[in-house]
Design a protein around this ligand. Sequence first.
Ligand code: MN3
Length: 388
Amino acid sequence: MKRKKVAVLGSTGSIGRQTLDVISAFRDDFEVIGLAAGNNIQLLTEQIKEFQPRFISVKDAFLAQELKALLKNPSVEIFWNDIGLEFISSCSCDIVVNGLVGSVGLKPTISALSHGKRVAFANKETLVIAGGLIQDLIKKHKGEIIPLDSEHAAIHQCINGISKDKVRKVILTASGGPFRTWTADEIKNATKEQALKHPTWVMGPKITIDSATLMNKGLEIIEAMHLFDFSCNLINVFIHPQSIMHSAVEFIDGNIIAQLGATDMKLPIQYSLFYPEKRQLPFNLFCDLLSVQKLEFEKPDYKKFPCLKLAYEVAEKGESYPVVLNASNEIAVDLFLKGKISFGDIEKIISKSLDAHSPTEPKSLEEILSIDSEVRKKTIEVFDTSAI
Ligand code: MN3
């Protein structure tokens, strides 16, 4: 049997590493043809030795030089920056796993879909800022996105081909993050260490902060709208602290179909790589509901999680607002991780950026990117003048 060729974008990140764990367990089914990483050259070198890809991409020319010196391996072609990412996504691979964080994932997604590839997709920011563009590309070039974000992989399984006009409601679950039981005032002054302590999922720093503000769920609302062509008023966020039910869909005949499973990204990764095939799980990650015992659900409190409210408003308004939401959030989270602003300031910065924005209807990649970079610049200015 011919092995499927896989390119992994963000290979040294949380999704990338777990994707390679899954591929390791299915060596007869997959071969790694390309790896793209940021600046973790150490780990990338180990991955290259283990998986023997043909193409590599790193963040910049300097790192490419450093990697070349480390490898002494002429059979690997090394690229860098945006161009490297785009090349790896359009190379002779069958599946592109997009485990990149943030809008840096947009161009490689466009590149993969323009070549009609399957994209196993964890890069929600790309759909948030350019969902319409991505949908058009899928139709035009017959590529596909198989979600590997756990909630969206869940919805994908619940819907399983049923037409969207039979959907009455989508229940998008959120663990509630580390501050679920805190008061609104306590949350505003949370430290970086407290915000990085996620109760159920182990993830990279940006998404962990987004999970603490619930902005992650807000971005996932917009992601779901584009993946499944839902309107935002169909999507309900429920806090579900056990993180066992990854999402559910209620149909017009009153039947609710939910997807449950272990809290581990290797499950949705395996799902998206093999879809529609089902394979024996090679890890001891079966979910024992008897030991889970109870599944709880609660409504999110907007006073505690104002970022979720902002995201709902943006989802409703559309136009260029999602680009602003995403860009200002990326900047604000970065400032928080660098210790420059308080946890409560994250929402304030995003709010200011949204209020200052005059919306347009971006039609092209160039327009989206120009709004994106303008908002980033302005958001940093707002911070520098300490007007927050
Ligand atoms: Mn998720």
